[in-house]
Write a protein that binds this ligand. Structure first.
Ligand code: TRP
Length: 352
């Protein structure tokens, strides 16, 4: 598990917020003049509206739960923000995690709105949906939403018409299936597994199954509603199929070691939607670099905070994909990686 971001580490680098600070200074000066310079505590002077001179931008960052990939996105977002001049001296970050609970997610988003934050950064689909449902004024910047249209966050990703935009981690499902063909040519039947409440997973599996059928694979589909069902479902699929495909599913990602163990026990390759799921014991994927996606989300935040209207900020995706393979898992399930694939793939392993 990654470390939590050290809030103390975000120092000032640039002077992005000059305007806002100048405005609040001016407000304070005027308030003092109006009040006839009463003897206020000058170290934290208050304007008539109760705002302090060192008013910072407020940014609420929320993720639905902790798993390797969401933590990576959060950390790289914060790191890039610091590089862009939004260090802790300029911004008050409220970093929250709903521990998988929808009710906590709603409470967190309501608190952000109550605190009148300048920006809500919502990591993953369910988070973005909740933030978008909570406010139509405060900009909601999402990160890693697989399909923002199906998630009903906006109707046209090229032309956001509300307060919501962000980055998507849409992936080329066909490339994962091609990889399956190349690495494990004996596979005839693929088991598809996802969490029924995750629309991001549902759309990806629907697409994957369509393509797999075209490629001549037999298929079997199973859904779970929570992590406690994962082991049983995976075991059933592993007994009845030759390979398992799981999409970019938060619930499964969080319990990836359970699924990885089933793959090893039944000698079945697990193809995943994300690199982190390979790192956490899955077999292989073709996917995006979430560190880059987090940084790209910060670039969009910068644009919003410096006044670019949301309508001028289309949803952004990454166009570069990498092949990720877990060599330990490969060895444990007895799959040999051909040299030409190994050369261009990134090997992800916790042992190194
Ligand atoms: N794309 C997922 C969503 O829309 C979130 C996500 C990002 C994710 N990286 C992941 C899920 C890795 C599982 C594994 O909700």
């Amino acid at each position: 598990m990654r470390h939590k971001p050290k809030k103390e580490l975000y120092f000032m680098k640039k002077f992005g917020m000059v305007k806002k600070i100048a405005a609040s200074l001016m407000a304070v000066v005027l308030a003092f003049a109006a009040a006839g310079c009463t003897n206020e505590n000058t170290s934290s002077a208050q304007s008539s509206s109760g705002q302090s001179t060192d008013e910072k931008l407020k940014i609420g960052v929320v993720q639905i739960m902790e798993h390797t990939s969401l933590d990576t996105i959060r950390d790289s977002f914060l790191e890039k923000m610091e590089q862009l001049g939004y260090g802790e001296d300029k911004v008050e970050y409220d970093i929250q995690n709903a521990q998988g609970e929808q009710s906590s997610l709603s409470t967190i988003c309501k608190k952000f709105v109550g605190d009148d934050v300048d920006l809500i950064v919502a990591i993953a689909t369910q988070t973005a949906q909740t933030a978008a449902a909570t406010t139509s004024d405060i900009p909601v910047l999402f990160s890693a939403v697989t399909d923002p249209v199906q998630a009903k966050l906006l109707t046209d990703p090229e032309h956001p018409d509300g307060n919501v935009t962000g980055t998507s981690d849409a992936i080329p499902v066909d490339q994962v299936l091609n990889l399956c063909q190349q690495l494990t040519p004996d596979v005839e039947k693929i088991g598809f597994l996802y969490t029924s409440s995750e629309i991001n997973s549902q759309v990806t599996v629907e697409e994957a199954m369509k393509l797999a059928e075209e490629m001549g694979y037999q298929m079997q589909l199973m859904t779970i509603s929570e992590t406690s069902e994962l082991q049983q479902a995976a075991q059933t699929l592993a007994q009845e199929t030759d390979a398992i495909y799981v999409p970019i599913d938060n619930t499964i990602a969080q319990a990836m070691p359970v699924l990885a163990q089933v793959g090893i026990d039944f000698q079945v390759p697990i193809y995943t939607g994300a690199d982190s799921m390979v790192l956490d014991g899955g077999f292989a994927t073709v996917g995006i670099d979430y560190t880059k996606l987090g940084a790209q989300t910060a670039e969009m935040a910068d644009k919003i905070l410096t006044g670019t209207p949301i309508s001028q900020l289309p949803v952004e995706t990454l166009s570069e994909f990498g092949t990720y393979i877990n060599p330990d898992t490969a060895q444990q399930i007895g799959v040999e990686i051909p040299q030409e694939i190994a050369e261009k793939a990134t090997m992800l392993s916790k042992e190194e």
